[in-house]
Design a protein around this ligand. Structure first.
Ligand code: SAH
Length: 252
């Protein structure tokens, strides 16, 4: 998969791509990521990327022509078709399902806005306008990294253990079960004073069937307590459906 990020602050995006799972995947060549400076696609001496809005009002708007030039150059280099994501608070909400869909694309381009956003005509070349949540940021670089990270970790070979991706929160509409690591007991100072906190017995039992059942129950009950909205579309197996029924027994 190739991913191109178009931004006026390349260093901001590049810096985040050197570490961790993504950094290693890029180094290995599992992912090919290029961060493109929008100013490289201007034609004037001052490399201007923004201009005042027609009709007046505050702020600046990103000019359409450098964006079109950047997309032409990426197309020439990478081939077609391009999946072009425009980061925007007005976009469709970015979810795990969107991440999964985009992870199947061959060539992804992510456009980072700044100022008041893009000249609206840019949307002509955009396939997906995505928002990472109902809040407004100063630029599209953080949203681009959010999308890139969530999409890239679903590309085969990027995360070492494929199973861990399958079991993640949202992958089937359930939140993940709680995890523990050593030590088995630890002294904790919390709101209720100091006490010894132990890892749930079952996880130390070595009984894999029991562990699997316990994890399922925890995943279902956590989802029910924290995000019941997810259960509407969740894909549950028979065992999980039975657990859910038992947990909601007596409720509406
Ligand atoms: N005036 C615009 C907001 C511009 S914010 C509007 O109200 O729609 C500047 C840039 O930050 C946007 O072009 C976009 O690239 C990015 N951005 C801000 N908030 C975002 C969000 N919630 N999701 C995705 N991108 C966002």
């Amino acid at each position: 998969m190739t991913i191109d990020v178009v931004t006026i602050f390349p260093a901001m995006v590049e810096g985040a791509l050197v570490a961790g799972v993504l950094g290693r995947a890029i180094e290995r060549g599992t992912l090919s990521v290029s961060v493109r400076d929008l100013r490289d696609f201007t034609t004037d001496r001052h490399r201007v990327v923004d201009d005042v809005p027609y009709g007046g009002g505050p702020g600046m708007v990103l000019k359409p022509d450098p964006i079109f030039c950047a997309l032409d150059a990426i197309e020439a280099e990478r081939g077609t078709p391009l999946t072009v994501v425009l980061t925007s608070p007005q976009g469709r909400r970015f979810t795990q399902a969107e991440a999964r869909r985009l992870s199947g694309m061959e060539r992804l381009v992510i456009l980072c806005g700044r100022y008041e956003g893009f000249d609206d005509r840019v949307r002509e070349r955009v396939t997906d306008e995505l928002s990472i949540g109902d809040f407004v940021l100063t630029g599209g670089e953080l949203p681009a990294l959010v999308v890139l990270d969530a999409v890239a970790r679903l590309v085969p070979g990027v995360v070492g253990d494929e199973q861990s991706v399958v079991e993640d929160s949202f992958s089937r509409g359930l939140l993940d079960f709680p995890q523990y690591t050593r030590p088995a007991e630890i002294r904790c100072r919390g709101v209720s004073g100091e006490r010894v906190m132990a890892v749930p017995e079952v996880l130390l039992s070595g009984n894999h069937a029991a562990i699997r059942r316990w994890r399922k129950r925890e995943a279902v009950s956590r989802t029910l307590a924290r995000r019941p909205d997810l259960l509407v579309d969740a894909v549950l197996d028979e065992e999980e459906r039975a657990i859910l029924k038992e947990l909601t027994h007596g409720r509406d």
